[in-house]
Design a binder for this molecule. Structure first.
Ligand SMILES: Nc1ncnc2c1ncn2[C@@H]1O[C@H](COP(=O)(O)OP(=O)(O)O)[C@@H](O)[C@H]1O
Ligand SMILES: [Mg+2]
Length: 265
């Protein structure tokens, strides 16, 4: 798995706009879990799509299936039935190894638990996804400098650390950081390999207000500057306000809601 060839599944620009303007497309998706012999239907005939470069906020009660949905989009799990496409690629049709490679080269994931690698310092945690995506070498420095693209891996990793306010913590071990600091490293790591689709599960949930705004501004700027598509599980009012669209997972399906509806609880 670790030796999978790099460079073969990174989506090209043409593919980014494939799928009739729907960068992300889920069709008739069902996801059930078997538990102690009884079946739990979490996603039930769910249809959902996101246009390229859109910033979508995802709401829903605890247990509604938000993390399940993110896992399907991130290729960490497969649906019981239905199809999941990203950039025109059916990720549910890929083998596990292909899904892993596809994820490394195209997706960024901010988990609810930070999942930093404890034996790597902060900077190396950021460099790892670049290596895994096969993009650790220096690049041309012409394009989109302000969003950190077109820099060498190390420059980009350092730039991201600076963006999340941790420029001086590159050599620290993750367990020496506070929860909020680890979350910021996790966010920087998710952005390291210039993902086309960023999936985030409550990315500001553990951050104080001011740090939360910094992270949100970073994500928002990224969408604008690089057309990164984002699906973010969040109940953060500012996040909801900044999003292009708010959806709610309810009884196994996606429904579109307004900002007023989203904040009226
Ligand atoms: N691997 C699993 N095995 C069995 N049940 C699971 C598994 N993952 C999630 N579930 C169940 O699916 C439902 C949705 O979970 P989840 O997607 O984590 O919800 P949310 O993120 O919205 O809180 C929950 O009832 C949860 O217990
Ligand atoms: Mg969850």
């Amino acid at each position: 798995m670790e030796s999978a060839p790099a460079g073969s599944t990174r989506l090209e620009t043409a593919a980014n706009d494939a799928g009739g303007g729907k960068f992300v497309r889920l069709e008739a998706v069902c996801k059930s879990y078997d538990e102690h012999g009884s079946r739990r239907d979490v996603l039930r005939d769910l249809d959902f799509s996101i246009g390229r470069g859109q910033f979508v906020a995802l709401l829903g009660r605890s247990g509604a299936g938000k993390s399940t949905l993110l896992n399907l989009l991130g290729g960490l799990d497969v649906p019981t039935s239905g199809s999941v496409s990203v950039g025109g690629t059916r990720i549910d049709g890929l083998s596990e190894d292909e899904r892993t490679l596809f994820r490394r080269q195209n997706l960024g994931f901010v988990f609810q638990a930070y999942n930093l690698i404890p034996t790597l310092n902060v900077l190396d945690n950021l460099l790892l996804p670049l290596e895994l995506a096969g993009r650790s070498g220096p690049k041309g420095r012409s394009a989109a400098q302000k969003s950190g693209h077109g820099r060498s891996a190390r420059e980009r990793a350092e730039w991201l650390l600076e963006e999340v306010g941790l420029a001086d913590r590159g050599q620290s071990w993750p367990d020496r950081l506070s929860g909020g600091e680890q979350q910021r490293v996790a966010i920087a790591r998710a952005l390291a390999a210039e993902p086309l689709l960023l999936l985030a599960d409550e990315p500001t949930g553990n951050l104080d207000y001011r740090t939360g705004r910094t992270v949100m501004d970073l994500l928002h700027r990224l969408v604008r500057d690089t057309r990164t598509t984002m699906l973010v599980v969040t109940h953060d009012r500012d996040f909801l306000q900044a999003s292009d669209r708010i959806v709610r997972l309810h009884e196994g399906r996606i429904e579109q809601i307004t900002l007023d509806e989203a904040t009226a609880r």
